[in-house]
Design a protein around this ligand. Structure first.
Ligand SMILES: Cc1cc2nc3c(=O)[nH]c(=O)nc-3n(C[C@H](O)[C@H](O)[C@H](O)COP(=O)(O)OP(=O)(O)OC[C@H]3O[C@@H](n4cnc5c(N)ncnc54)[C@H](O)[C@@H]3O)c2cc1C
Length: 349
């Protein structure tokens, strides 16, 4: 039975494994972190779920929606209210604006984005091996990958489901891959790797009224963008959004204090006690290398050369950024993860 090694248990890697679950391939899935999901990260803290990675999708994300419906993962519409707060301080005022009627709905998962990953994982025929950081790849009659701890795993096919920009910063290849490909890959932006996402939970949704749901835009403040993240099915009331990247030099505790202080200026003292977490994705080892150069958002995302099978059709890049459709997004990860699986299945037929 030919063996496929999948490096990375994010959405794209898990999608490939899911599509191959009934095939005649032996699968081994190796994940660097101590959790599955990669850029999908729903953190449980004090019995609440804090969404710290991918959250929203829409009707245009057809591959993702097909999968969500196939696996029966519950989702709902993101309610943004009829008004938003725009905070132009210190160069302007705090103002309320009427939001245009939404042309198309935006969706989010009812029980956190992790619910999609859990549904995928439950349907695999093999378990993900966590804490397996791949450091080198040897391309020969058999493909050998070596982990940080020195373990060698051999297979016939290798799928690298890790953000392209990270590949050559973190993995040594023997023989080396072509220079033009390495240049392209190093210059392929990893979507959202420059963001700080925060999430917080409260006992009640004091920010809400008939017109306002929590939507905020504030270019100069610690919170730059914010949305309601309450869960209608549980008692959890929450807010989620993005922090200004100029606060990345602070500790998480310092950012929490500043977020709390800022929310109090908007909503009063009731905004103080909450469960809080954030992730500065620029500092996340298995998403981007600390020395990686800054790129333009979506630079080279979806480039056709990223999808060309390598090493006589035995090596593939498959993270979302390589997808022909919606690269960088969850939909792209599903699209590309499935496409690579189909290419492997063609090989068997
Ligand atoms: C803050 C944030 C918000 C986002 N918001 C949205 C959104 O609202 N909607 C949307 O559609 N998309 C959003 N995205 C993008 C979305 O998260 C990604 O498109 C999707 O999760 C990518 O999945 P992937 O499997 O391709 O890559 P990843 O999720 O990056 O998975 C790669 C996996 O490989 C592992 N790995 C890396 N290096 C190694 C190694 N050397 N050895 C072993 N394993 C390794 C990683 O740990 C990781 O688990 C967001 C991303 C972030 C960070």
């Amino acid at each position: 039975m030919p063996k496929v090694i999948i490096v990375g248990a994010g959405l794209s890697g898990l999608m490939t494994a899911y599509k191959l679950r009934h095939s005649n391939f032996e699968l081994e899935i190796l994940e660097a972190r101590d959790r599955i999901g990669g850029r999908i990260y729903t953190k449980k803290k004090n019995s609440v779920s804090l969404e710290l990675g991918a959250t929203w999708f829409g009707p245009q994300h057809t591959k993702l929606l097909n999968l969500v419906n196939e696996l029966n993962v519950p989702y709902k519409i993101q309610e943004n209210g009829r008004e938003a707060l725009y905070d132009f301080r210190p160069n302007g005022h705090l103002e309320r604006f009427k939001l245009p009627n939404q042309q198309a709905p935006t969706f989010k998962f009812k029980h956190g984005t992790v619910s999609l990953l859990k549904a995928l994982e439950e349907n695999l025929n093999t378990s993900v091996q966590l804490n397996q950081v791949i450091k080198s790849v040897q391309l020969g009659n058999r493909i050998k990958v070596q982990t940080q701890s020195g373990k060698i795993i051999e297979g016939d096919f290798l799928i690298l489901s890790i953000p392209p920009q990270l590949v050559f910063d973190s993995i040594q290849f023997e023989p080396e891959l072509p220079l033009d490909l390495r240049e392209l890959v190093k210059n392929t932006h990893t979507w959202m790797s420059d963001s700080i996402k925060f999430s917080c939970a409260f006992d009640h949704d004091f920010w809400k009224n008939e017109r306002y749901q929590g939507t905020l835009m504030s270019p100069q403040q610690i919170i730059q963008e914010m949305y309601d993240h309450s869960d209608g099915d549980t008692h959890q009331k929450g807010l989620v959004g993005f922090l200004n990247s100029k606060f990345s030099n602070l500790t998480q505790e310092e950012r929490r204090a500043k977020v709390s202080e800022y929310l109090k200026t908007l909503f009063g003292s009731q905004a103080s006690a909450f469960s809080y977490a954030d992730v500065d994705w620029r500092q996340e080892n298995y998403t981007i290398d600390q020395q990686a150069k800054s790129l333009v958002p979506h630079q080279n995302n979806g480039h056709a050369k990223l999808r060309a099978p390598l090493f006589e059709g035995r090596l593939f890049f498959s993270a979302s950024e390589t997808a022909a459709q919606t690269p960088g997004y969850m939909d792209g990860a599903v699209h590309r993860g499935a496409e690579v699986a189909d290419q492997l299945l063609d090989f068997l037929s």
